[in-house]
Design a protein around this ligand. Structure first.
Ligand SMILES: [Zn+2]
Ligand SMILES: [Zn+2]
Length: 170
């Protein structure tokens, strides 16, 4: 393989696959199977991984911090929605609709600040899981009381709240 002729290039990961594509960052020849299409052109999987690691600057500790911040806040939110918002009466559902997204956003914002604004791949997933885990006891409580309509308000918190979390921490 001394030749530098473009037609004799082979994929750097599949030496038997001829290709004319090159990674536009490192220049490695890549076959169409290995090439990853990015907004800036085709890249090899190694360069894509390096790029992602640079984007996700958070360490494993950030997940612990996220749980430590999101779990108690979500529990408070679950309590407020179940025992205060749900008992307002006529406007409960509307207030829940209006309050759930900012509540989720607030929890996400608190986590975002606590982790020093570092990005982590699963940060939004972890915070969402905290919200679900924290609201679950209230859901169980409502189910035990047999007041199934009471599920609506914490349900709204879960759905719209996690939506806001994902939007904020994406
Ligand atoms: Zn590359
Ligand atoms: Zn390949």
């Amino acid at each position: 393989m001394e030749s530098s002729n473009e037609t004799t290039l082979t994929c750097y990961r599949h030496p038997n696959t001829p290709t004319s594509l090159r990674c536009n960052r490192c220049g490695n020849p890549i076959c169409p199977k290995c090439a990853v299409r990015t907004p800036v052109g085709f890249r090899c999987p190694d360069c894509v991984r390096i790029q992602q690691n640079r984007f996700y600057t958070g360490g494993k500790l950030d997940y612990l911090i996220a749980v430590a911040v999101a779990l108690p806040l979500s529990f408070i939110a679950g309590y407020v929605f179940t025992f205060i918002v749900a008992r307002i009466g006529f406007f409960s559902w509307m207030i829940a609709f209006l309050a759930a997204p900012p509540t989720g956003g607030l929890i996400a914002e608190a986590v975002w600040r606590a982790v020093g604004r570092r990005r982590s791949r699963y940060l939004s997933t972890v915070v969402m899981a905290c919200l679900i885990v924290a609201v679950l006891p209230f859901i169980v409580l409502i189910l035990l009381s047999g007041n199934f309509l009471g599920l609506v308000v914490p349900g709204i918190l879960l759905f719209l709240g996690s939506g806001a979390v994902v939007a904020r921490l994406r």
